[in-house]
Write a protein that binds this ligand. Structure first.
Ligand code: GDP
Ligand code: MN
Length: 346
C-alpha cells in the first residue's frame, strides 16, 4: 500500500517508482493483444518480458483476441508464462469484415494500386478498423476500465516498478503513450477533411483545452501527421466507449477510408485523444523503455535509466529524432526536456 500511495503522488510528469509494490490491484485493468496463431513464438517472448519487467509484481489479467480461433498450443504456451488470469476471445464476424455500405470492388482496386506499406493488404485494413472501433466492444473487455495494448515482438527495456494502471486512475489520465511519430500522408489522404467535417457537425465533442496545436501547425487547417504509436497504449476504455468517440468512429467508418484508403488506428486514436480529451489527460511515459521495430523509447534521464535497470542504449532513443513527434509534444506541453535531447537534432 505504501508503494501505491507513493506512486499516486504527482511526480511532475514523470513517475519514478523504485520500490516493489505488493499486490493490491483496485483498478479493473487488462492487457489486450490482437494476435495470430502464427505469432506464438514472438508473443510468448513479449509476454515473458512483460511479466519480468512489470506484471510479475502486479498480476493483471490478459485478453487475447483473434479473428480465427486460437489453437490449443497457442493457449498453452501463453498460460505457461503468465502470472495471472488469461482469456482467449474470438472476434465476431461483423467486427472483421466489410460493412454493407463499402463497395468491395472499389476497395480491391485501391489495394491493387496502392503504393504505401500494407497498401495491398485486406487483413491489415480489417485490423486497423478493428483496433479503432471494436476491440473495446469485445465482450471480454466489458468488465475493464483500462487496458495496455501488447503486440508480438515488442519489448520493455526497463523495470516498471509502479502500478501504471493505478497511476493512470489516480492522476485522471485517459491516454498514455511511449512513442509518437509522423504518419505516411498517402495512407490518410482524406482523414483530416473527414475529421473537420465531424467536428463542425459536433462541436460539442471538442474539448476546450485540447491538443489541436500538437497535431496541427496551422490551428487545424491541416494535419501535421503527428500521432501516438498505438502498438503501445495504456488507456481508458471509457474514452473509446464515450459518445464522442463512438460517433467519431461511426462517421469515419461511413466515410470508407479504412478500406478506400488505409487509415491506421494510430492516427484515428490519436486525433480523437488530441481533440476530445483535455490535454492534461494525455500522458507520455519517458520511463517506460519500449521497443517496437524499428524505434526505441529509452530514458535519457540517467537516474530513470539506472533505477529501472534499463537494457537499452539512450543514444538509440527515438523521442528527439526528427521523425518523432515527442519533441513537439514536450513543446506543446511545456515540459522540461531531459539532458542530452539536443544531440538528436542536427
Ligand atoms: P504494424 O505494427 O503496423 O507493422 O502491424 P502488425 O503486423 O504488427 O499488426 C498490428 C497488430 O495486429 C499486431 O498485434 C498483430 O499481431 C495484429 N494483427 C495484424 N494482422 C492480423 C490478423 O490478420 N489477424 C490477427 N488476429 N491479428 C493481426
Ligand atoms: Mn506491430
Amino acid at each position: 500500500a505504501k508503494a501505491l500511495l507513493e506512486a499516486s503522488q504527482p511526480h511532475e510528469d514523470v513517475v519514478d517508482g523504485d520500490e516493489d509494490s505488493t499486490e493490491n490491484a483496485t483498478v479493473k485493468a487488462v492487457f489486450v493483444s490482437l494476435v495470430r496463431n502464427e505469432d506464438l513464438v514472438e508473443i510468448v517472448e513479449t509476454v515473458r518480458n512483460l511479466e519480468d519487467r512489470f506484471n510479475g509484481k502486479f498480476h493483471y489479467p490478459y485478453v487475447f483476441l483473434n479473428n480465427e480461433p486460437f489453437s490449443d498450443i497457442f493457449k498453452t504456451a501463453i498460460e505457461n508464462v503468465v502470472s495471472s488470469d488469461v482469456q482467449f476471445g474470438l472476434i465476431p464476424k461483423e467486427h472483421w469484415s466489410f460493412p454493407e455500405w463499402i463497395d468491395e470492388d472499389k476497395a480491391a482496386e485501391v489495394r491493387a494500386t496502392a503504393d504505401y506499406i500494407y497498401g495491398d493488404s485486406e487483413s491489415y485494413r480489417h485490423m486497423c478498423r478493428f483496433e479503432s472501433g471494436f476491440f473495446w466492444r469485445h465482450e471480454l473487455m466489458e468488465e475493464y476500465e483500462y487496458y495496455w495494448r501488447v503486440e508480438p515482438s515488442t519489448k520493455l527495456h526497463c523495470d516498471v516498478n509502479y502500478d501504471v494502471f493505478q497511476w493512470m486512475k489516480d492522476n485522471n489520465k485517459s491516454y498514455g503513450f511511449t512513442v509518437s511519430i509522423r504518419e505516411f500522408e498517402s495512407t490518410i489522404k482524406t482523414l483530416w477533411k473527414t475529421t473537420i467535417e465531424f467536428t463542425e457537425k459536433y462541436p460539442q465533442f471538442v474539448a476546450e483545452d485540447n491538443m489541436m496545436d500538437y497535431i496541427s501547425n496551422d490551428h487545424g487547417k491541416t494535419y501535421n501527421l503527428c500521432h501516438f504509436w498505438s502498438n503501445f497504449e495504456v488507456a481508458s476504455l471509457d474514452f473509446w466507449r464515450s459518445e464522442a468517440y463512438r460517433k467519431y468512429f461511426d462517421y469515419l467508418d461511413r466515410a470508407g477510408g479504412f478500406f478506400y484508403e488505409r487509415w491506421g488506428d494510430a492516427p484515428v486514436h490519436s486525433i480523437a485523444a488530441a481533440l476530445f480529451l483535455p490535454s492534461d489527460q494525455v500522458h507520455y511515459f519517458p520511463e517506460i523503455g519500449y521497443f517496437h521495430n524499428p524505434y526505441h523509447n529509452c530514458p535519457l534521464d540517467q537516474h530513470l535509466w539506472q533505477e529501472n535497470k534499463c537494457s537499452c542504449e539512450p543514444a538509440h532513443d527515438f523521442s528527439f529524432q526528427g521523425y518523432s513527434c515527442t519533441n513537439e509534444y514536450y513543446d506543446f506541453k511545456k515540459i522540461p526536456k531531459p539532458e542530452g535531447w539536443k544531440k538528436f537534432r542536427s
